[in-house]
Ligand binder design. Structure first.
Ligand code: SME
Length: 150
């Protein structure tokens, strides 16, 4: 279960940038699928997108999830409001954690920034307790690539 995402994930995602730019949703879905394939089984990978006064569920790979999150709720809302990556190796200890699937044990949320504005949050859950410290930069790069299709 001790799988860590490394820089090699970026290559296939950057490859999608050279593809047909009319296929944004397809690129987004493939990119999320590619990330999930590099994580343990039963991980969840998806995006929450800014819509007026809340964050709504966008494309994702994994089990059904909460469809709307307020700016001041959960890890996703905190990531958006604070404008920075938030990660937790044991979500049972995170105050205000929103549980969508009890199988999730650790989580990282990274802001998706487009033209200087936060337009959403990339959210990753894993079914194991995991320290994301060494992966924050990689997920930020992934969020940057996803922003091209949003
Ligand atoms: N756990 C998140 C909610 C989204 S799901 O994990 C897919 C949170 O605390 O905001």
């Amino acid at each position: 279960m001790d799988i860590e995402l490394d820089e090699s994930i970026l290559l296939p995602l950057q490859g999608l940038l050279d593809g047909d730019q009319g296929l944004n949703l397809g690129h987004l879905g493939n990119a999320l699928s590619q990330v999930k394939a590099n994580l343990p089984n039963k991980s969840w990978v998806g995006v929450y997108l800014l819509e007026k006064d809340r964050l709504v569920l966008g494309p994702f790979q994994g089990s059904p999830a909460c469809e709307a999150i307020a700016f001041d709720k959960g890890m996703v809302g905190n990531c958006f409001s604070q404008g920075q990556a938030i990660h937790c190796p044991d979500v049972s200890k995170y105050p205000g954690y929103i549980c969508c699937d009890p199988i999730a044990k650790s989580e990282i949320c990274v802001p998706i920034i487009k033209q200087g504005k936060i337009i959403g949050v990339l959210d990753i859950d894993r079914p194991d307790n995991h320290d994301y410290q060494n992966e924050v930069k990689i997920y930020a790069e992934i969020a940057k690539i996803l922003a091209n299709w949003l």
